[in-house]
Design a protein around this ligand. Structure first.
Ligand code: GLA
Length: 381
C-alpha cells in the first residue's frame, strides 16, 4: 500500500474542523506509487482537484483514469472508477487490462482485424477470438504517453497527454499523433478532448474505457444503477460481437433504456443479442447527428444519490455491463473486479465501421484533424 498522503478539500475542512477532528474526505494515491520507467519512458500519476473537492487521478500509462472522487448526496466522497493503487498492479492486471485507459487506435472491434482503405488491405493484430479489439495487444492503452498538467484561464486544470503511434503499429497505416486532454471543471465535469492527425490515410476511433461504479465500491453490484440511454436503435452483432450492419430498433427489447430503468431489471432476459454478449455489451445508435454534441446517457445510483451524465459528439456509445469479470483482480482498497460490478460507457464510432460503408466514416486523412469530446458530469439527487 503506497498511499502516503491525504488530501483535505478546503471547503470540507471547515465542516470537519467543527467536529474537532480533521477527518479527510478521501485518500489519494501518492505519485510515487507510479514512479517507474517503461520502455525508456517515465510513468507519472497526475492529480487534479477542483474547487468543490472533486478529484481525478490520471496516469500517462495508457492515458488512464485511476481515481475519480465525486460527492455523494450525504456529503461524503466516493471513488467511482475501477483502478489499481500502483503501476505494478496495472502491469499485472489479469482479466481486464482495460480499466480506465484510452483505447485505440480503433476502440471496439474490427472483424478479423482486416479492412481495406483506398484499395489497400490491412491486417491488424488479433486479440479477441478471431477479431481485433481496442487497438490490439499493444494498443494505446499499453503505451506511455507524454504530457503534464496545465492550468486553464478559468482556474480549472487539465492533464494533456500525447502519443505518437508509428506507421504499422498493430498493423495500422500512417504515423498518427494523438492528444487527449482530461479537464476537471469546477462544476464537477470530467471533460475528455481528443485530437489526432496522420501522415497517411488511416482509421481512428479512440475511446475512454473506465469502469464506473456509483456505489464507490465493487462490494455492490452496478445492477442497481438506474440507466437512461438516448437511443432508439442499436447495432446487432454476430457471436463475436461484430456488427451485422443492421440498425435495429430498441423498442420492445431489453436494450430499450429510453425510460430510466435499473440495469439489472432485464439483464438476464431471453433475448438473443443479450445472450451473445452475456448481458449488455452493445453499441447504441445515439439520437443525434454525428458530430453534434449532446447527452448520451444518464446513470443514477439511489443508494449514494450520485448522478452521472455522459455527453458526446460521437454517433454511438458501447454500454458494457462487466459480463466477463471474474473477481480475480484486486483493485483499489481491496475492491474485487467482479462480475457486473463495473459499467463502461464508451462514446465512439460504431464497431467495425472500417468494414461498413453505411456506418459513419472512420477514416482520417493527412491534412485533417480528428476531434472528439466526451463529458462525464456529476451531480446528486
Ligand atoms: C469492451 C467490449 C467488451 C469487453 C471490454 C473489455 O467494452 O465491448 O466486450 O471486451 O471492452 O473487457
Amino acid at each position: 500500500m503506497k498511499r502516503v498522503f491525504t488530501y483535505v478539500a478546503g471547503a470540507l475542512m471547515l465542516t470537519a474542523c467543527t467536529t474537532g477532528t480533521q477527518k479527510a474526505p478521501y485518500e489519494l494515491i501518492a505519485a510515487d506509487a507510479f514512479d517507474t520507467t517503461l520502455n525508456g519512458r517515465s510513468v507519472q500519476l497526475y492529480t487534479l482537484v477542483n474547487k468543490q473537492g472533486m478529484a481525478a487521478q490520471i496516469t500517462n500509462y495508457g492515458a488512464r483514469l485511476v481515481s475519480l472522487w465525486v460527492p455523494a448526496a450525504d456529503g461524503s466522497f466516493k471513488d467511482v472508477v475501477w483502478g489499481y493503487e500502483t503501476i505494478a498492479d496495472y502491469l499485472d492486471a489479469g482479466t481486464d487490462v482495460y480499466s480506465g485507459p484510452v483505447v485505440g487506435r480503433y476502440g471496439n472491434r474490427i472483424n478479423k482485424g482486416q479492412f481495406t482503405l483506398d484499395g489497400k488491405s490491412y491486417q491488424l493484430t488479433i486479440n479477441d477470438g478471431e477479431n481485433h479489439l481496442h487497438g490490439g495487444s499493444g494498443g494505446f492503452w499499453s503505451k506511455v504517453w507524454q504530457g503534464g498538467v496545465v492550468t486553464n484561464a478559468d482556474s480549472s486544470q487539465s492533464v494533456v497527454l500525447t502519443y505518437e503511434s508509428p506507421d504499422g503499429e498493430e498493423g495500422y497505416p500512417g504515423n498518427l499523433t494523438i492528444t487527449v486532454m482530461y479537464t476537471l471543471t469546477n462544476d464537477n465535469q470530467l471533460v475528455l478532448n481528443y485530437e489526432a492527425t496522420t501522415d497517411a490515410p488511416t482509421v481512428i476511433n479512440p475511446t475512454s474505457h473506465s469502469y464506473f461504479n456509483l456505489h464507490g465500491t465493487t462490494a455492490q453490484s452496478t445492477n442497481s444503477h438506474i440507466l437512461q440511454i438516448n437511443a432508439d436503435s442499436f447495432t446487432p452483432t454476430d457471436a463475436g460481437l461484430i456488427p451485422t450492419g443492421e440498425i435495429a430498433p430498441v423498442e420492445g427489447t431489453p436494450l430499450d433504456f429510453r425510460q430510466p430503468t435499473a440495469i439489472g431489471e432485464r439483464i438476464e432476459a431471453d433475448f438473443e443479442p443479450m445472450k451473445l454478449a452475456k448481458g449488455y455489451d452493445h453499441n447504441w445508435v445515439l439520437n443525434k447527428a454525428n458530430g453534434q454534441f449532446g447527452e448520451a446517457a444518464v446513470v443514477y445510483e439511489p443508494a449514494t444519490g450520485i448522478v452521472m451524465t455522459v455527453s458526446t459528439d460521437q454517433p454511438g456509445m458501447q454500454f458494457y455491463s462487466g459480463n466477463f469479470m471474474d473477481g480475480k483482480d484486486v483493485g483499489k482498497r481491496g475492491d474485487l473486479h467482479s462480475f457486473r460490478t463495473g459499467v463502461a460507457f464508451e462514446t465512439q464510432n460504431f464497431p467495425d465501421a472500417p468494414n461498413h460503408p453505411e456506418f459513419p466514416n472512420p477514416v482520417l486523412r493527412p491534412g485533417e484533424t480528428y476531434t472528439q469530446t466526451c463529458v462525464y458530469a456529476f451531480s446528486t439527487k
